[in-house]
Write a protein that binds this ligand. Sequence first.
Ligand code: MEV
Length: 438
Amino acid sequence: MIEPISGFSKLSKEEKIDWVTTHYTQNKEQAKKIISTYWNQNNSIQQLHDEFIENTLTNLYIPLGVAPNFLINGKLHVIPMAIEESSVIAAASKAAKFWLKRGGFKTEVLGTEKVGQVHFLFKGDFQKLNSFFTYLKPKLIADSASLTTNMEKRGGGITDIILRDKSTQLSNYFQLHATFETKDAMGANFINSCLEQFATTLKAEVATYTDFSDEEKNIEVIMSILSNFVPNCTVRAEVSCPVEELKLTSDLSPQQTADKIIQAINIAQVEPYRAVTHNKGIMNGIDAVVLATGNDFRAIEAGVHAFACKNGQYGSLSHAEIDKGIFKFWIELPLALGTVGGLTNLHPLVKLNLEILQNPTAEELMQIIAVAGLAQNFAAISSLVTIGIQKGHMKMHLLNILNQLGASEIEKNKLVSHFKTNAITHHKVKLQLKKLRK
Ligand code: MEV
């Protein structure tokens, strides 16, 4: 029976590793070896990683690759992607190459509004609360001046604060709903600091507001926090070409291909089981770039999926149509990103990835990332409506299978060549390796 441990975070790294491997692994020495294998040989880099979080034992590496040939608004980009799934970068590169010859991607930022809320309970007359809010609002802004000065110098700040009555959904529940412009910062710390200041001002002002009864003065702030639902911080990316240029396979005419792609998207609009997988494919591209650029992929995921339900049912983030003989394929989604602050200034690889992207502003990064999502979706749908996903996926996955089976470099080369013309399954690879070894 393992006893709970107190003061774990105060132990040295070696003591933590020792405790975990002693109590929770079968082979302590082997576990320690794996942990140390993944340490960075450069002490200062390792220390940086150790200090990102609490209780760091080691690093979990995922591959960082690039997808070249992305023509976005007439400019060529190579996009860094951090992803473990075998086929994602190959698919992105293929889609980029396809659209390179057809005018590339066109993008547009539709909005950059960030949101935060102070959630509170109020028991009393709403009209009085509304009058109090009119009195309070300039004080909320004035009391946050020390927090907003720098952001205002960069063209950002608090854009508005409104009072929202949510009491029909939850008794006595109201909000200060604030909107922000945070320019090139993702802005979480800025927004949360402003919100906590709003809560302090709210509590101080309510205490001395003479129009309120004692019960009305008893406003209870429940919490103050930014929202990752940012439906007005959105970007659009689009590709288009004459239908006759949509030739993907010899089996389907361009018109049949366009019709099938549109049907695939229509299905994802009305069928949540499909929509989730459809959007997951989009997030393969989005998350990979979000991660490579040091942004918060959990925030992006949460915001994107909420946006996909904005019409009351979970649906596709991408859309397609034929308009006067032109096939159009586009995506619109919320992306609250930063290119300054947070990991972007700290992690040398993140800095390098931003440099590879030509040090984009947050708005430029929104556009690049939307393109990565659209490209990924185009690649997935193109395969799904033509040859199916498995052939390409298994081709990319072959090396993983061979590595799992412990194949040598010579064996890998021979089997990669064999499977160029043979269908790949785990079982078939195993059999072929066995045959080769005989
Ligand atoms: C796999 O990671 C992603 C796909 O399932 C996406 C899709 O079905 O559209 C291929």
